[in-house]
Design a binder for this molecule. Structure first.
Ligand code: ADP
Ligand code: GLC
Length: 489
C-alpha cells in the first residue's frame, strides 16, 4: 500500500467555507486539498445545513433517496453533489427535517435536543452514500459528531462485504465535547445493546459518541503532540483518559497545519495593507484600520493593541482575564475582543467594555473579516486557554507578526516558544497553571518587550518565519492511513 494512491472519505460536521463554528472547519477545509496534492483522492461528506448551498455554483442531486432508519421510522437522505474544490469532492447529505435549521448544533435556547439522532443518522448516511458513490480505502472521521461511523462499521455493518475491511481513523479535535445521551439512544439508532458496556460505548450510564469512536476506530489522532499526552490524564481527558490510555499505541498527535492561502499578511484581501518580514510598514496601516473599526482612532502609537479572537467557551480561559481585568485596564495597552458563544462570557466582556471605555472594547459577533483585521492590526495576541488541543489563532498571529501570549497547554505549548531578550530567540510569551497573576506576568513581559522597538521587530520576524503549512502534517496522516490499511488487509 505504501506510496500508492488512496481514496479517503472525510466525514465531519464542519468544513470551511460551507459551515464553521471553529477550527474544525479550517482543518476539514484545508487538509483534504493537501492530500490531493500528494496524489490521493478525497471526498468530504457534510450535512446540508441551511445556507451551505450558497457556496456551490451548481448543486445537483446525485442520489435522490437513501433509506436511513431511526426507531421504527425511516428518514430519507438525498445526496447533493457540491462539486470539487481544489480537487476535493464535496457531497452534502440533505435531510431537511434534521439539518435545515438556524444553527449547526443549536440555537439561542441551547443545543438541539435531537443532536444524537441528527449526527447518528449522519454517520450512517455517510456509509450508505459511500457504497453508492465510491467506497474508500480509509474513512477519516472528525470529533463526536462523526464518531458513530466506526461504531456502525464494526457492529451493524459487520457482515457488509463492501465495507467490512475498510479501516477508520478518528481525529479528536476536542475531548471536551463527547456527545453524551441517554442509554435508549442505543436502541433508537438501531445499534446492538451489547455495545452498551463500560469497555465499549457506555460511560457511566450514558451513551457516549466519542468513546464509541475511540474504541471502534483503527487509529486515533489528536491535533498536537502535547494534547495527545494530556488527554491521557484526568485533567484533560474529561473522563475518557483511561480509554485514551488503553489506545495509546494507536494514538498519534499530529499538529494541525494552517492554510496560508487564507492567512498571510502578504496577500490577505481582508486587511488594509499588505506586509512581509522584509517590509513591515503595512502593519501600521492595519493597526490604524483596526482601531478605526473599534472607533478608537486616538490611541497613541506607543500603546500596544492586544487582540482576542475566540469562541466564548470555558475552554478559552476568559475567567482568568475576568479576575485581573482591573489590573489589565491600568496597563499601558488597549484590549480589543472579538467573540461569540456562551452568554455569560458575552456579558462579561460587554461589562468590561462599559467599565473601562477606551481600554477594553468588545464586538460580540462572528466576523471573519474582523478576525483577519485583528490578527494583522494588533501588536500582541492573547490566548489564555485552560486547554487547547491545537489552536489556530496563535499560529495565524505568528504569521501576522503579532506575538502571542498563551497558556502552555496543548498546541499552544507546541507552537509558541518563550521569547528570550538576551539571545533574541523565541516567538511569544507563555505561562503555566491556573493563577491569573501568572497570566498577568506573561502579559507584562510582552508589554515591556514591546517598548524596545528593535528587539520587538526581531521577535515579530521570528514568528513570521515559522512554517506551519499542511505539507508535513498531511504526510503524517498518510502514514497513519497506510498503517491502518495494512493492518486490515
Ligand atoms: P476552536 O476551534 O477551539 O474555536 P481554533 O483556534 O482552532 O479554536 O480555531 C478558531 C477558528 O475560528 C479560527 O479560524 C478563528 O479565526 C475563528 N473564529 C473564532 N471566533 C471567531 C469570531 N468571533 N469571528 C470570526 N472568526 C472566529
Ligand atoms: C478544536 C480545538 C482547537 C483546534 C481545532 C482544530 O476546536 O478546540 O484547539 O485547533 O479543533 O483542530
Amino acid at each position: 500500500m505504501k506510496g500508492t494512491s488512496m481514496h479517503i472519505v472525510f466525514a465531519a460536521s464542519e468544513c470551511a467555507p460551507f459551515a464553521k463554528t471553529g477550527g474544525l472547519a479550517d482543518v476539514v477545509g484545508a487538509l483534504p486539498a493537501e492530500l490531493t496534492r500528494l496524489g490521493h483522492r478525497v471526498t468530504v461528506y457534510l450535512p446540508r445545513y441551511r445556507g451551505v448551498l450558497e457556496h456551490v455554483e451548481e448543486p445537483k442531486v446525485v442520489l435522490p433517496s437513501l433509506t436511513i432508519p431511526f426507531e421504527s421510522y425511516n428518514h430519507f437522505v438525498s445526496v447533493i453533489d457540491g462539486g470539487q474544490r481544489a480537487g476535493v469532492q464535496i457531497y452534502f447529505l440533505d435531510c431537511p427535517e434534521l439539518f435545515d435549521r438556524e444553527g449547526l448544533y443549536g440555537a439561542a435556547a441551547g443545543d438541539y435536543p435531537d443532536n444524537a439522532k441528527r449526527f447518528g443518522l449522519f454517520a450512517r448516511a455517510v456509509l450508505e452514500a459511500s457504497k453508492q458513490l465510491g467506497v474508500p480505502d480509509v474513512f477519516h472521521v472528525h470529533d463526536w459528531q462523526a464518531a458513530l461511523l466506526p461504531v456502525y462499521l464494526r457492529t451493524t455493518y459487520y457482515f457488509d462485504p463492501v465495507l467490512r475491511k475498510i479501516p477508520c481513523v478518528l481525529t479528536v479535535h476536542n475531548a471536551g465535547y463527547q456527545g453524551w445521551y441517554p442509554p435508549i439512544t442505543t436502541e433508537q439508532l438501531l445499534l446492538p445493546w451489547d455495545i452498551f458496556t463500560m469497555d465499549r460505548l457506555e460511560h457511566f450510564d450514558t451513551f457516549n459518541f466519542l468513546k464509541g469512536g475511540v474504541v471502534y476506530s483503527d487509529a486515533i489522532t489528536t491535533v498536537s503532540r502535547k494534547y495527545a499526552e494530556e488527554i491521557q490524564t484526568p485533567e484533560f481527558g474529561f473522563g475518557l483518559e483511561t480509554i485514551f490510555q488503553r489506545r495509546a499505541a494507536d494514538l498519534h498527535g499530529i499538529l494541525n497545519g494552517v492554510d496560508y492561502a487564507e492567512w498571510n499578511p502578504a496577500t490577505d484581501p481582508h486587511i488594509a495593507a499588505h506586509y512581509t518580514p522584509q517590509r513591515l510598514q503595512g502593519k501600521s496601516g492595519c493597526r490604524r484600520d483596526l482601531l478605526h473599526a473599534y472607533a478608537l482612532d486616538n490611541v497613541p502609537e506607543t500603546t500596544p493593541i492586544v487582540g482576542i479572537v475566540s469562541r466564548f467557551a470555558t475552554q478559552k480561559g476568559f475567567d482568568l482575564i475576568a479576575e485581573i481585568a482591573s489590573k489589565i485596564a491600568l496597563e499601558e495597552m488597549v484590549l480589543l475582543v472579538l467573540g461569540s458563544g456562551e452568554a455569560h462570557y458575552e456579558t462579561l466582556f460587554l461589562k468590561l467594555t462599559e467599565k473601562f471605555p477606551g481600554r477594553i472594547s468588545t464586538r460580540v459577533q462572528y466576523d471573519n473579516v474582523l478576525a483577519h483585521k485583528i490578527e494583522a492590526g494588533s501588536d500582541i495576541f492573547l490566548m489564555p486557554s485552560r486547554y487547547e488541543p491545537c489552536g489556530l489563532n496563535q499560529i495565524y498571529s505568528l504569521k501576522y507578526g503579532t506575538p502571542p501570549v498563551v497558556r502552555a497547554t496543548g498546541g499552544l505549548d507546541d507552537t509558541v516558544e518563550e521569547w528570550n531578550p538576551e539571545t533574541r530567540a523565541g516567538t511569544g510569551f507563555k505561562f503555566s497553571g491556573n493563577n491569573p497573576l501568572d497570566l498577568l506576568a506573561a502579559l507584562r513581559r510582552a508589554l515591556a518587550a514591546f517598548q524596545d522597538k528593535k528587539s520587538w521587530r526581531a521577535l515579530m520576524k521570528n514568528g513570521m518565519a515559522q512554517n506551519y503549512s499542511w505539507v508535513e502534517p498531511a504526510k503524517e496522516y498518510v502514514a497513519v492511513y497506510e498503517e491502518v490499511t495494512q493492518r486490515r488487509a
